[in-house]
Design a protein. Structure first.
Length: 215
């Protein structure tokens, strides 16, 4: 079973929630994300947050429809989204999409990218997706990445101080046993030349981003 978590990021940055990738997911709402799901006729299986970003009337709307709200205090040691991600991982899904987690405050966006590291310790594929990007973390291993007409650019950023043994094929700028470090833009804006790109990570962890330009 796949899950998708909708946080309360700016609506302009949301992907198409009717896309086939979301056809059979179980939705989870985070704070205002729960209200936005209900507005779109999508009933989340659970909602998390302090719900300080919705009005009293909007909260009453959710409660009147019997939504399963897990309410937390505003002052706590984890963000509402991290609490939701941790809960989803206890359900042991095959895949989890994090939506509505970019485009607002930079500190929130950077933290939400780092939440993808939780996938390294689980058997869940985890993606952060918005209107222009799909991001995932790649620990050591070999990966086949299908060409995406919707997201023509393919980039890699080191999440550990050094990622070594990085090889890329089936792309415009191939690499063989390269090293990627913090602060290096070596692997930004690559493009597919084959139907599938092959990615090998020897050591370290990299962030893979499939992206497209705005508009």
């Amino acid at each position: 079973m796949d899950y998708a978590i909708l946080a309360g990021g700016p609506p302009a940055h949301l992907p198409d929630l009717t896309h086939p990738r979301f056809a059979n997911v179980r939705w989870v709402g985070v704070d205002r994300g729960a209200f936005r799901l209900m507005q779109r006729g999508i009933r989340p299986v659970k909602a998390f947050g302090d719900f300080d970003s919705i009005s009293a009337d909007e909260r009453a709307f959710l409660q009147a429809r019997g939504l399963d709200l897990a309410v937390f205090p505003a002052e706590k040691d984890k963000t509402d989204l991290e609490i939701a991600v941790d809960w989803v991982l206890t359900q042991k899904p095959e895949r989890c999409w994090i939506v509505g987690a970019t485009g607002g405050r930079l500190d929130h966006t950077l933290m939400n990218v780092q939440l993808l590291l939780k996938a390294v310790r689980s058997r869940t594929e985890m993606f952060l997706i918005d209107a222009q990007n799909i991001a995932a973390v790649l620990p050591p291993g070999t990966y086949d990445v299908p060409r995406s007409d919707d997201h023509p650019y393919l980039s890699f950023i080191a999440l550990t101080p050094k990622a070594s043994g990085l090889s890329l094929s089936g792309v415009k700028y191939p690499l063989d046993d390269a090293e990627l470090t913090w602060g290096s833009s070596l692997c930004i804006s690559n493009e597919w030349t084959a139907e599938t790109a092959k990615v090998i990570v020897g050591q370290g962890i990299v962030l893979m981003v499939q992206s497209k330009d705005a508009g």
